[in-house]
Write a protein that binds this ligand. Structure first.
Ligand code: LMR
Length: 398
């Protein structure tokens, strides 16, 4: 029966990771997949994570099942990181947080819930959005459409056009927003723009769904959840999916969560049974290790301070690299203005070069980036920045 299958193209992001690994060029640069790298180009296990792992190794008494909704103390801790204690208390049982296998698992759980509640729902994603949003949400059977978001010429948010589009979306549909550090463009909403989003959601009645995979890597742990908290306190319904892949460096441990806020305690209790059933049907229950690490770090004073300091170092390095890239590109006398890179947030920005130029960077210079020209800023370091700038000049002037 399998002879009828057709081969599929490689995933646009994961395929690049494989090609980079297979490249023997010693000057190769990985600006593809969104993984934090230090100044040596490495992605070491965070010290706070290592310490938590050692402690768990010593103290864990059982490997018994956790259940489809995951570990309750992890769920409380990540909800606290996202919303803060005051908001959690005021939302009470209208809010539930459920552990998921990474942010992807949380996105898929949310998609299943939306599909059960309204099979005809369309999820509106930003143009552009993360390459895996459509496959993840679409494979749950949801319709997908897009609202205008990024202006490639001015390198800023097309906010008026976005708002005009949202003004035509009605109750029953879902609008997905990036909580911070927009993937792929790095252009975030201002606080004033979040307030306008709140107002239009209240007016139109659509449901907001926030993907928050980079808390702490933009402006700070609290600053990066301004929008999520504003909407959580103001809207009758909200979904937020969080990930610990980047801010705890737990990529392969698949550690995430889905938070749902519904209009009443009863609705949330009912929705929880649906989410648990969806988890059970898809993967039974999430893996434990990453969640146990996060739970311990967030609840141990010393580990939490250490993690906070490590995350601050990562954020400062990314923001410093953004400034350094702008300076370096300017010094290379390119006609193009790259100053937008310094205004954008998180791991990603578009270089703004075309697909042929991207292909030349990949094939002729072993500099790996997504076809859209998205770069992972954290892949730059003192050893490769000159080669990156000179290669870019060569490609732009070819
Ligand atoms: C990315 O956008 O590169 C990351 O979120 C990793 C992934 O799974 O695509």
């Amino acid at each position: 029966m399998f002879q009828s299958l057709q081969a599929l193209p490689a995933d646009p992001i994961l395929g690049l990771m494989a090609s980079y690994r297979a490249d023997s060029n010693p000057r190769k640069i990985d600006l593809g997949i969104g993984i934090y790298k230090d100044e040596h180009g490495k992605t070491p296990v965070m010290t706070s994570v290592k310490k938590a792992e050692n402690s768990i190794l010593e103290s864990q008494l059982t490997k018994s099942y956790v259940g489809p909704t995951g570990a309750a103390d992890y769920n409380d801790s990540v909800a606290d990181l996202l919303l803060g204690r005051t908001l959690i208390d005021s939302l009470g049982k209208r809010r539930v947080t459920i552990q998921s296998p990474g942010g992807c698992g949380g996105l898929r759980l949310a998609a299943e819930l939306i599909k059960s509640a309204n099979p005809g729902a369309t999820v509106w994603v930003s143009d552009p959005t993360w390459a895996n949003h459509r496959p993840l949400l679409g494979s749950a059977g949801l319709g997908i459409d897009q609202y205008p978001y990024y202006d490639y010429d001015s390198h800023s948010v097309r906010f008026e056009e976005m708002l005009a589009c949202l003004g035509n979306i009605e109750a029953g549909d879902v609008v997905m927003l990036h909580g911070c550090c927009h993937n792929p463009c790095g252009a975030d909403l201002s606080q004033e723009q979040w307030r306008q989003i709140r107002d239009i959601s209240l007016k139109q009645g659509f449901t907001v769904f926030i993907d928050l995979a980079y808390q702490g890597l933009g402006d700070g742990l609290e600053e990066d959840v301004y929008g999520a908290r504003l909407l959580a306190e103001s809207l009758p319904e909200l979904i937020v999916v969080t990930s610990c892949s980047k801010n705890f460096g737990l990529y392969r441990e698949r550690t995430g969560a889905m938070t749902l806020i519904a209009d009443s305690d009863v609705t949330t209790a009912i929705a929880t049974t649906q989410i648990a059933a969806a988890a059970r049907a898809m993967y039974s229950m999430p893996p434990d290790h990453g969640a146990a690490v996060v739970q311990l770090i967030l609840n141990d004073g010393a580990l939490r301070s250490e993690w906070d300091a490590e995350l601050t170092t990562m954020r400062n390095r990314i923001n410093g690299l953004r400034a350094q890239l702008v300076k370096q590109f300017k010094a290379a006398n390119m006609d193009e203005d790259f100053s937008f890179i310094e205004r954008e947030k998180g791991m990603f920005s578009f270089l703004g070069v075309n697909v042929d130029q991207v292909q030349s960077l990949v094939n002729d210079y072993s500099i790996y980036l997504v076809n859209s020209s998205r770069i992972n800023v954290a892949g730059v370091n003192d050893d490769n920045i000159d080669y990156l700038a000179s290669s870019l000049v060569a490609v732009l002037t070819a």
